[in-house]
Design a protein around this ligand. Structure first.
Ligand SMILES: Nc1ncnc2c1ncn2[C@@H]1O[C@H](COP(=O)(O)OP(=O)(O)OP(=O)(O)O)[C@@H](O)[C@H]1O
Length: 253
């Protein structure tokens, strides 16, 4: 099984800017040296208290932000050695993003939102629409195609966002609190959808979640504390047993 991501002593600092002088001064060491690997077709969640660096890490894995120090490999390629252009190509073609707040454009229809990543990637409009229709069918959102995002429920918006994330057939889906704004029933539907994407479409799913129930559907949990990896759990028994294990470990965070 191939390795999708490999991180070696990954760090990330942010600098607080002093408004008066515009000088960079105090550094916040958000990620403090992380080593991990994520294999192909993994289903993994990062968990940890608010502010421990989960979103920052996901942005680095999504090539949205750069690490400060350490190395990150995407399929054996050192991201640090790549041009901005090569990073953008990987981001557009191999990574799909799902965010808590959906990030859909209200000025566009649902279908236009879905095809946008293909059009940005210079695909032909007719092919893009054809492909969008296929995914709309799989995700059961065909009836919403002509609507605007503001007319949809949270669950529907997240289905559209997932459809958009899948449209370029990425290898990896990066999801930041994908059920964070949804009620428990809608979350369950979304979790089942992620399960199908993992099992039937063979994608690698990397998510950040606070929700132990959502996390219990993953195969592996990496717990973060203060910008470091605290420990890991791998699912070996039933989902229910995994859920209980996760709850137990969350108390250490
Ligand atoms: N662009 C930025 N500039 C400065 N500090 C930042 C920036 N982005 C994040 N931080 C800080 O880095 C720390 C980690 O933030 P991050 O969003 O990664 O945490 P998180 O674990 O995802 O939190 P939450 O669970 O609340 O979403 C926080 O202290 C945050 O304020």
């Amino acid at each position: 099984m191939g390795i999708i991501f490999k991180a070696e002593e990954l760090t990330k600092d942010y600098y607080l800017t002093n408004n008066d002088s515009e000088e960079r001064n105090e550094a916040i060491h958000v990620l403090q040296g992380m080593d991990f690997q994520i294999e192909e077709n993994a289903y993994v969640a990062f968990m940890g208290k608010s502010g421990c660096g989960k979103t920052t890490l996901l942005k680095i894995l999504g090539l949205i932000e750069k690490q400060t120090n350490g190395k990150l490999y995407y399929k054996d390629k050192n991201i640090g050695d790549m041009s901005e252009n090569d990073r953008t190509v990987i981001r557009r073609q191999q990574l799909g993003f799902v965010f808590q707040d959906y990030y859909l454009m209200n000025s566009l229809s649902v279908e236009e939102n879905i095809v946008l990543p293909m059009l940005i990637d210079k695909a032909c409009a007719t092919d893009s629409i054809k492909r969008a229709k296929k995914f709309e069918e799989i995700l059961e959102i065909g009836r919403l195609a002509k609507k605007r995002p503001y007319e949809l429920s949270g669950g529907e918006k997240q289905r559209v966002a997932i459809c958009r994330a899948l449209i370029n057939n990425p290898e990896v889906i990066l999801a930041d609190e994908p059920t964070g704004n949804l009620d428990s029933k809608t979350s369950e539907v979304l979790i089942n959808l992620f399960q199908d994407i993992y099992e039937k479409m063979n994608k690698t799913i990397i998510m950040v979640t606070h929700d132990p129930l959502v996390a219990s559907h993953c195969k592996r949990i990496i717990f973060l504390k203060d910008g470091q990896i605290l420990e890991e759990l791998k699912r070996e028994g039933t989902r229910e047993a995994f859920y209980n294990q996760i709850i137990g470990r969350m108390q250490n965070l």
